[in-house]
Design a protein around this ligand. Structure first.
Ligand SMILES: [Zn+2]
Ligand SMILES: [Zn+2]
Length: 261
């Protein structure tokens, strides 16, 4: 199989979930061959839904399980236990998204760091890579990744919006860099430049559905079909053939998530 791989979308999100059949049909039409749905809301319910969605669409969808850093204050030992149970499902290919968001600070930073460390330990126990969300927390993110042995489990910086120095630090840990529709926004030239310079075997594309729809659909509710615009934009910035870039990011995502294809 080949085609686009939307490496990060939230198919369980309200407004997407209710129309999932239509969303998946449009994705297929747009050439999206695979998706990873991120099961990381405020409760383990999001992870449960993601696992269910993946099991209903085993040819095209895999799942991750975690709790979003915004909701780190909800991470109790019981929630952790439930996430760990779900992580054992064969359709679960990574842990997350987890990490730190000091821009919104929706959970106290200390609780964000504790939850992040807890999920890193879960990565080691389950031997699954981590999906990182980081915003305005570069130093703490890198310190925790290093202290928790992130290079042994692997990971991705999803919705990459940092600078070249951060990209290099993440690459040094063996991480992948995943880019959203933000690269198509005129004010995000510097992020597109990081995407243009990223090593060919470490770059992924994603929608982060239902957020961050790319130009020319900016402002609309995002969905996996739109990942094509992001791939086209990055391929052009890299001076690469679009089809080749799509094939390469597909291979990268399969390798990262441990999917045999
Ligand atoms: Zn995120
Ligand atoms: Zn996300």
């Amino acid at each position: 199989m080949s085609g686009l791989f939307d490496s990060h979308c939230h198919l369980d999100y309200p407004g997407v979930f209710e129309q999932l059949d239509d969303v998946l049909a449009r994705a297929r039409e747009a050439g999206v061959a695979r998706m990873t749905t991120i099961g990381a809301g405020s409760t383990a319910g999001s992870a449960e839904n993601a696992v269910r969605i993946a099991n209903q669409h085993p040819e095209t969808i895999r799942a991750t399980v975690g709790i979003h850093p915004h909701e780190a204050k909800e991470v109790t030992p019981e929630v952790m236990e439930r996430i760990e149970e779900l992580a054992a499902d064969p359709m679960v290919v990574a842990i997350g998204e987890t990490g730190l968001d000091y821009h919104y600070d929706r959970s106290p930073r200390e609780q964000q760091r504790d939850a992040f460390r807890g999920f890193m330990k879960l990565c080691h126990r389950t031997k699954k890579p981590v999906v990182i969300h980081t915003r305005e927390a570069r130093e703490d993110t890198l310190n925790i990744l290093r202290e928790e042995g992130a290079s042994e489990v692997g990971g991705v910086i999803h919705c990459f919006t940092e600078d070249q120095a951060f990209a290099e630090a993440a690459l040094e840990l063996g991480f992948y860099l995943s880019f959203t529709g933000i690269v198509t926004y005129p004010r995000a030239r510097s992020i597109l430049e990081v995407a243009a310079a990223a090593p060919a075997d470490r770059i992924l594309v994603e929608t982060d559905t239902p957020f961050l729809a790319p130009v020319p659909l900016r402002g609309k509710k995002n969905e996996p079909a739109y990942v094509a615009h992001t791939a086209r934009c990055i391929a052009a910035a890299r001076g690469e053939d679009e089809a080749e870039f799509i094939a390469r990011t597909y291979e990268n995502a399969c390798r990262f998530y441990g999917i045999e294809d």
